[in-house]
Design a protein around this ligand. Sequence first.
Ligand code: NZQ
Ligand code: ZN
Length: 385
Amino acid sequence: MLNFELYNPTNLVFGKGQIEKLGSLVPKNAKILLAYGGGSIFKNGIHEQVIKNLEGFEIIEFGGIEPNPHFETLMKAVAVIKAEKIDFILAVGGGSVIDGVKFISAAAHFEGNPMDILQKRLLIKENAVQFGSILTLPATGSEMNSGAVVTIASTQEKLAFGGSALFPKFSICDPTVITSLPKRQLQNGVVDAYTHVLEQYLTYPHDGMLQDRIAEGILQTLIEVGPGVVENPADYKLASNFMWSCTMALNGLIQKGVPSDWATHMIGHELTALYGIDHARTLAVIAPNLYRVMFETKKGKLAQYGKRIFRLSGSEDEIANAAIEATVSFLHQMGMETKLSDYTDKYDSTADFIVKRFEERGWIGLGEKQLVTLDKVKKIVEMSY
Ligand code: NZQ
Ligand code: ZN
């Protein structure tokens, strides 16, 4: 097992009705920026509950953080923080609002050009404005990690950043909030979380036995509850296991002491930046082809996955290949399309464009062994057309 440090200061407050604790979780006397997205929190009553549970606090609202949040929008919130001398931010929403708030938190006291946080991928270790979250969409794990992804609309770049100062101080995760989610977003949540586990699990055989077993437990739980929860999000047993699985998939625990990949995400982010495809759906397009192209380096782990998750038998190569096909079937069952041409007909030069971008950024070898080289990226994207 590799050496590791496990640091996660987020106070995760999980369960039905936990929003009632909000007033005691926010620092006393804080002036709060309440940040939210396109307005779903007004329709499902969450905004009303937030206001009720923050009686006595001074609150300024900032709405309109879009899915795949834009740098340009977030900088407007940074201006509000400075003008109003805000000392705490409350993110109420899905991954986009929480990620957006991480950027606002990092940029508010940043000396220099805030765009550098994204383009130079600066690590934010101090000087961030404290924030908490109320999660309304289980998917990203952003509620319990210190990473975020922000889009620069003017350059069509979608870039990840993070740092130890960007863990939420608390996150309230009430599984009953998912009843108002459209089916498409529920499907996205299952697939995003499932792929997060695969990015940290489908590498090469190693000695992290417990990490593998926890990862497999999350995969099995998502397979067990995923198809049901998208049909019946009001079922608390399904909703709570779904929400907890999503958090556990990307709160850092399963990646400690083991290699991780993340190439599917890096390529997927480009598809969102170029075509606006939902994050999870880009992963469903890329992941199976990445496993096919990287088969030789991944087949050991693919075979373990095939045996333990799908109970497959045969030779290593047979199980590994069948495991990729079983994954595609699960993605289809979860309502995913798995080809780029299902989303756009303008894909002739997509692979070349992405390769050029990666080259400019110096991303010449992604994945657990840096073997996802530019020619492999080209092949993976072309196979995804
Ligand atoms: O904006 P509102 O009106 O709130 O509507 C949202 C949005 O339209 C809606 N929604 C959320 N909760 C709802 C609801 N509608 C009804 N009822 C509710 N309870 O759902 C839509 C999508 O929301 P969004 O936040 O964009 O989705 P998600 O949580 O999937 O977040 C995706 C973003 O997270 C990034 C992605 O790249 C993408 O930008 N990621 C962040 C990660 C992280 N921080 O660790 C890791 C992930 O891999 C991912 O990259
Ligand atoms: Zn993701």
